[in-house]
Design a protein. Structure first.
Length: 189
């Protein structure tokens, strides 16, 4: 996971289109849940991002410039993610890492796309996230792939002919994954 974030972060920073002072640090925002229900997964992503930044800085930074990590709380909500994105824009960051949940990534994607700030979500799986525009990226696979593989596993490994699907209707991730699983399971026979 660290290599993926490190590679993605480097890619985002090198793609940044705006001129910056060559003596100043490169400001990167980490927008994760530091409060609310998504803290458990987000703290792992924030810790990994910190390690990646430390590793990059230990190797001399990017083009000789250190990375300054700015940590912003998305409050475990799409609205909180949008507010954090607006703060990142106000602070003049060059890139953003964040959005552990698809709903958080979706909440911050539009303002960051409009500001042309490269953004990398480590675990957003909803395909709508990257459809926002060409400055928004994700590390992992999308819901349709996960749903298909789960349905294939249920059919081939468990020999399941019928399934019951319980969905948390308050979570974008759960809804998308459930829909894809049901669709793939039904298509499989």
């Amino acid at each position: 996971m660290m290599n993926k974030i490190l590679t993605g972060l480097l890619f985002c920073l090198l793609a940044y289109p705006h001129p910056v002072n060559s003596q100043s640090p490169i400001r990167v925002a980490a927008i994760f849940s530091m409060s609310g229900e998504a803290v458990a997964i987000s703290i792992e992503h924030l810790t990994t991002t910190r390690f990646a930044v430390d590793e990059i800085n230990a190797r001399g930074g990017i083009l000789g410039r250190p990375i300054e990590l700015i940590e912003l709380d998305n409050e475990s909500t799409p609205l909180g993610a949008r507010r954090a994105a607006m703060e990142a824009i106000r602070l003049g960051v060059s890139a953003v890492v964040g959005g552990s949940w698809s709903s958080h990534a979706l909440g911050m994607a539009t303002p960051l796309q409009q500001a042309k700030i490269p953004t990398l979500s480590p675990t957003a799986t909803n395909p709508k996230v990257t459809r926002v525009g060409n400055y928004i990226f994700r590390v992992c696979f999308i819901d349709s792939f996960q749903g298909h593989m789960l349905a294939q596993f249920a059919h081939q490994e468990l020999n399941a002919e019928k399934v019951a699907v319980l969905t948390n209707v308050d979570q974008v991730y759960a809804i998308g994954l459930s829909r894809q699983f049901i669709k793939s399971f039904q298509q499989s026979g």
